[in-house]
Design a protein around this ligand. Structure first.
Ligand code: NAP
Length: 454
């Protein structure tokens, strides 16, 4: 039996076509429309189906019965579509939207249907072309009576049920909350897996196959639909934040509680003999830590990366000096990683200028040190050693201790001096030229001792 009434499908994309597949044999007149036109043969349109050439044709019906307008257009264009169509709507029309979010179309329709008696039903079919490929039996369609009279609403509710679908009645807000934490998560994970590049392997488990199914179904939908789902549902943002926190928690729960059993592993920004090492000695002594080990990581970025990846238990790096200001490399690295500050403390810093034995002071051409060291000794260097070019080493050589090692091992030019802690001279056989080159007597550097979040 065919209902003697007209149904218009506005937007003949992935869902418009799915809806047509569901209703095509049940109504005397169906009108389909999309702006670029619809090819009758391509979609196998039946004799009862007209293709509207312009939007005016969408609203004409040859029956006295009510005329349903199914809006299957993108979420983000819904308001502009309503704005351009509403002048054609009359008392006879029933507007039904199928948008995957519900508070947004509710808001748009409340605004544009004010002071009219046009009926409207809010719906969301919880399926698409992929999930309905094998039929519609058992699939869910969410409905909210909204502005429809009981008779019209009952007609559509009963019709949907008669096709084997399950109707769940929810308010727009209830729908959006539940959808954010089910469909919203599924789409987000599907896109995440596509971004990750999940590919089949010869040993795929059932779980792996299901994940690929989720990914493939999701990426079959347009990017616009994905964006709209994430942006127009008021609850998806909190879903994404919760998902991100859960990922981080799980990631860290898998890491060992302690990297080496019975030993605390510290990773420091400096090398052997660096101020970082001095700061760590201070920390270990104050906290009476017995069994510990040090990893020289030379840069703050490497310290925080090692901490994040579970290769060290704690990290230590300098953040600022009373005279030199903030440690730029630490600020930049801190912006990239998450961690917890366990302690902030300062130590007094003294800088010594040293050279390789056998090289005369007047033969020296440059001085190598961390940029912070130059900031702390700016005035003294300018007054006493104006002829020495100030050089910052690349990569690990940014660390003064590493630069001192490189000088002693002949890896950098012999005519280079080093400016750093006194201990470097005894460690690497360098001769001290002059001590206490820091501009201020009160030259304190602050360090952060950091740990993982979980
Ligand atoms: P789609 O494949 O991109 O189709 C959108 C259709 O709307 C196209 O036919 C497009 O054709 C037309 N359109 C776009 N802007 C228009 C405008 N301003 N005026 C008139 N027609 C316009 O998207 P979809 O996946 O079918 O999604 C459509 C709606 O269905 C969305 O609101 C979505 O939330 C909902 N939905 C989708 C699914 C699904 O599985 N895909 C499931 C349930 C609900 P022209 O550009 O040629 O006009």
């Amino acid at each position: 039996m065919r209902y003697k009434q007209t149904v218009s499908i506005i937007g003949f994309g992935r869902f418009g076509q799915t809806l047509y597949r569901l209703i095509k044999d049940d109504f005397e007149e169906i009108i389909v429309y999309r702006r670029r036109g619809v090819d009758r043969d391509e979609f196998g349109l039946g004799k009862n189906t007209k293709v509207a050439k312009d939007i005016k044709e969408l609203f004409k019906s040859r029956f006295d019965n009510f005329h349903t307008l199914f809006y299957c257009t993108p979420i983000s264009t819904f308001e502009e579509v309503v704005q351009s169509h509403k002048k054609f709507w009359s008392k006879k029309h029933v507007v039904i939207d199928v948008l995957s979010v519900k508070s947004w179309p509710q808001k748009v329709l409340v605004k544009h249907l004010k002071n009219t008696d046009i009926q409207a039903i809010l719906t969301h079919p919880m399926f698409g072309p992929d999930s309905s490929k094998k039929g519609f039996e058992g699939l869910v369609w969410v409905m909210d009576r909204f502005r429809a009279d009981e008779k019209v609403y009952k007609f559509w509710k009963d019709y949907i049920k008669s096709k084997g679908l399950k109707v769940i009645e929810l308010s727009a807000d209830e729908h959006d909350y539940l959808a954010a934490f089910s469909q919203g998560v599924a789409h987000f994970i599907g896109r995440l897996l596509a971004e990750f590049g999940l590919a089949p392997t010869p040993i795929d488990t059932m779980g792996a196959k299901k994940l690929r199914e989720v990914m493939e179904q999701t990426v079959n939908d347009s990017w616009q639909l994905f964006l709209d789902l994430q942006r127009f549902n008021p609850y998806t943002k909190s879903m994404r934040i919760k998902l991100g926190k859960a990922y981080e928690k799980l990631f860290h729960q898998i890491l060992p509680k302690q990297v080496k059993s019975g030993k605390v592993v510290f990773g420091i920004q400096g090398g052997k003999g660096s101020f970082n090492e001095e700061a760590l000695m201070d920390y270990v002594k104050r906290h009476k830590i017995g069994n510990w080990e040090i990893k020289y990581l030379y840069t703050t970025d490497r310290v925080l990366k090692a901490l994040w990846e579970g290769e060290i238990d704690y990290g230590l790096f300098a953040i600022q000096n009373a005279n030199g200001g903030v440690v730029e490399e630490s600020i930049e690295a801190m912006a990239k990683y998450k961690f917890r500050i366990k302690e902030k403390f300062g130590i007094q810093i003294r800088h010594f200028l040293m050279k390789k034995p056998g090289v005369k002071v007047k033969e020296l051409r440059s001085v190598m040190a961390h940029p912070q060291v130059f900031k702390q000794c700016r005035k003294n260097l300018a007054a006493k050693y104006p002829g020495l070019e100030q050089v910052v080493g690349k990569g690990e050589l940014i660390d003064t201790a590493k630069a001192a090692q490189a000088l002693s091992e002949g890896k950098i030019d012999d005519k280079t001096a080093i400016l750093g802690p006194r201990v470097l001279s005894s460690l690497w056989g360098l001769e001290i030229i002059e001590g206490d080159l820091q501009d201020s007597k009160d030259n304190v550097t602050d360090f952060l001792l950091v740990e993982r979040l979980f």
